[in-house]
Design a protein around this ligand. Structure first.
Ligand SMILES: C[S@@+](CC[C@H](N)C(=O)[O-])C[C@H]1O[C@@H](n2cnc3c(N)ncnc32)[C@H](O)[C@@H]1O
Length: 232
């Protein structure tokens, strides 16, 4: 059975290059590893989840796709129960940034790259890569069900390139060949507007935060202007 996946999951699997072994952390339905093996992008995969119910669903989908020899389900809290193999990628998608950062506390030497996709505070994940001296290779923004998700490919074999505070906040996808200006500008205009509303509230309540957020918004506007001039 050939599976169909959402646009969000499609963007995530498109970030995976041909490889031997991957793991999908918080796999739920198991669709990511199924798609990758079915389309011969990866040879072998581990579908990992902390909960029994999603693992059963994943196993059922793997059985139906007749891929039991290639995809194993594992009950694991994050990366903690992964087998001792060399993983080309660990994929972590559909979880909030605080949980992702908790999972990354157990970062392992046998994982070469991460594909991480979150819709909150992605700057904290960029900061994690910087602190650990890992390079962010690619970034993608996805819009699905009225939410913006930011996906990062982090290569642990390459050293971090010096990033400014603004790069950590907004990423550097605008320097990529396949940059999507439309979605980038929608996301950042939405955040600018949200910040503006917060600035108005903070004005009377918290002067220090008010000044700080005003400064950040000014920098975001400047970057947006620079990027629009480059791409429009
Ligand atoms: C919203 S689903 C995301 C499914 C899929 N990755 C996606 O992007 O569509 C989150 C899944 O993560 C699992 N999960 C939550 N905490 C986890 C942890 N610490 N380790 C592994 N899986 C976890 C949940 O059981 C659930 O199946």
């Amino acid at each position: 059975m050939i599976i169909n996946i959402s646009q969000r999951l499609r963007t995530i699997v498109d970030l995976v290059q041909k490889s031997n072994i991957i793991c999908d952390i918080g796999t739920d339905h198991g669709l990511v590893p199924i798609f990758l093996v079915q389309n011969k992008i990866v040879k072998k995969a581990y579908a990992c989840d902390i909960n029994e119910k999603p693992l059963k669903t994943a196993q059922k989908n793997i059985d139906e796709a007749k891929l039991t020899s290639y995809i194993k389900t594992i009950k694991s809290d994050g990366l903690q129960s992964l087998p001792d193999e060399n993983f080309d990628y660990a994929i972590i998608a559909g979880l909030g940034t605080p949980l992702i950062l908790d999972i990354l506390k157990h970062d392992k030497n046998n994982i070469s790259k991460y594909i991480i996709c979150s819709n909150t505070n992605v700057a904290d994940i960029r900061m994690w890569a910087k602190v650990n001296n890992y390079q962010i290779l690619t970034e993608k923004i996805i819009y699905e069900n009225d939410k913006y998700y930011e996906c990062l490919v982090i290569n642990k074999q390459l050293k971090n390139i010096n990033n400014s505070k603004l790069d950590l906040l907004m990423g550097k996808s605008h320097s990529q060949k396949d940059f999507n200006f439309e979605i980038y500008s929608k996301l950042w205009n939405k955040r600018l507007l949200k910040n503006k509303k917060l600035i108005e509230i903070l004005k009377k309540k918290d002067y220090k935060r008010y000044k700080n957020l005003k400064k950040i918004n000014k920098q975001i506007s400047k970057r947006l202007k620079y990027v629009s001039e480059k791409f429009l």
